[in-house]
Structures are given as C-alpha cells and as structure tokens.
Design a protein around this ligand. Structure first.
Ligand code: BGC
Length: 247
C-alpha cells in the first residue's frame, strides 16, 4: 500500500510517496527550501508543490515542528511566530483537497521508528527523541502514541533543554562529540527524573554518527539509534494519514 508524507522543517520541506508495507520511500524524495519568512500561506504553497510533483491524489500526512491540537498550532519554538493559533489542518485542506492529516514532526518520526525501525515490536514505554534544530519527543506506551510531549523544553540548569543539547547547539558552539555528549547526558539525567521509559531511541541527523556519542551516555535507560534516519518524518506522516493518527 502506498501513502504520501510531507515533513515541514525550518530549512526544507520534503515529501515523497511511501511504501507503507516496507516503511520506505518509493523513489526519490522532493525537497524544496522552506520559504523565508516561513509564514503559513507560503509554506502551504510549497507543500502543495511537493505533492503535485508526484501527481499524488489521496490523503497526505503533514508534519509540523510544534504542538498541534485539532490541527491548530499552539507552539512555534523554531518557526515564525505567526503560526501560533493558526489552523494548519484547515489551511492545508484548502490546497490538498483529498484529505490531510497533521501531526507533530517528532511524533511522526516516532511512529515510523515504532512501526518499521528501532522500536519495532517494542512494548512498554518507549521514548523517541529527535536531535536537530530543537529536540523533539514522542512517547509510546505499548506502541500507542501519547501525542505532543514537548520534552525538548524541560528546564535543565535554568535553560531550555534543547537550547544546550540540540544538534544545532553542537554546531553553533562548535562542540566536539564528547563535549556535546556531556550536554546530552545532563539533559537525559533531568529527563529521567521525570519519566521512566524502557527504551530511548535517538534520531535526527546526528543519529548517523551515534557511535561517537551514544556510548558516552550514562543513562539508566538503554539508548539505541534510530534506523530510518532522514526519512522517518516523511514515512511517519504517510503512516499517520493512512491510519488517521495525529492531531
Ligand atoms: C518543538 C517540537 C518539535 C521539535 C523538533 C521543538 O522546539 O517544540 O514541537 O517537535 O522542536 O522540531
């Protein structure tokens, strides 16, 4: 079975047809630069362009990098503040008439990992964290998503967790992997005071280099790298559209 997913990110908007039996992209994805400023109408137009590039008709799953409740954006930590209070689902419906399912980007990546990747067949409490511009989180209990957890914003030593421990903090401050691993370790230490998962899956671009930092972590919870890497958001969005999971 085929589906279609679009991942809205701060720098690029990426989409592709997805083979939902295998959890893989069907062919090459299309990536278009996120318009700057990334205002809602301009972003909807790009999402529609990505979908039309495949001549796709059918439901489309679309991720958003913030809290969405009933399609409405409630946070906008790393995107233009004009998204706050915007009905994203309705805005996308206008350009994608065959139906849209919206959901948080990390929730989408987590769904994909749970179905096809590192979380496959894992029961109990599983926490997926994506390290990118921010830190996204997706929490699962026996494979069922608890939507809109925002663990990137827990307070760590008086600062927003993602401010110090995201992948962009590593780049911005030019930290070595061991230096950055210490930040991630401290972040996870605070997180583990509040949640007791059975497994933590770490995703985002830095999961490709997981051997450089995951072994340095001292968490009580086992930590494994994500398996779908860059495609998790697109695959998870398509899955969410098919199964009508999301917000
Ligand atoms: C946002 C989350 C998002 C994460 C990754 C955070 O700043 O608050 O909603 O999932 O970044 O994009």
């Amino acid at each position: 079975m085929l589906g279609f997913g679009v991942d809205i990110g701060g720098s690029g908007i990426k989409g592709c047809v997805v083979d939902l039996d295998r959890g893989e992209l069907q062919g090459e994805r299309v990536r278009i630069e996120t318009p700057q400023p990334a205002m809602p109408q301009a972003v909807y137009a790009v999402v529609s362009e990505v979908v039309s590039a495949f001549e796709w008709t059918g439901r489309v799953g679309v991720t958003f990098p913030g809290v969405l409740k009933h399609g409405v954006a409630h946070t906008a930590a790393n995107v233009d503040k004009s998204w706050l209070g915007t009905d994203v689902a309705q805005g996308l419906d206008a350009v994608l008439p065959d139906g849209v399912q919206t959901l948080n980007d990390a929730d989408a990546a987590g769904l994909a990992e749970m179905r096809y990747g590192a979380g496959r067949d894992k029961r109990g409490v599983v926490l997926m964290l994506t390290f990118g511009t921010g830190i996204g989180s997706a929490l699962f209990t026996d494979g069922v998503l608890v939507p809109n957890t925002e663990f990137g914003h827990i307070q760590v030593d008086g600062e927003d967790g993602e401010r110090r421990a995201s992948a962009s903090a590593r780049e911005r401050e030019d930290l070595s992997y061991p230096e950055w691993a210490k930040r991630v370790d401290r972040y996870l230490d605070v997180l583990e005071a509040g949640v007791w998962p059975d497994l933590i899956i770490v995703g985002g671009g830095v999961s490709k280099k997981s051997h450089k930092w995951v072994p340095l972590l001292s968490t009580r919870t086992p930590v494994v790298p994500a398996q779908l890497l860059n495609d998790a958001g697109i695959v998870g969005a398509a899955l969410a559209a098919e199964e009508r999971i999301g917000q």
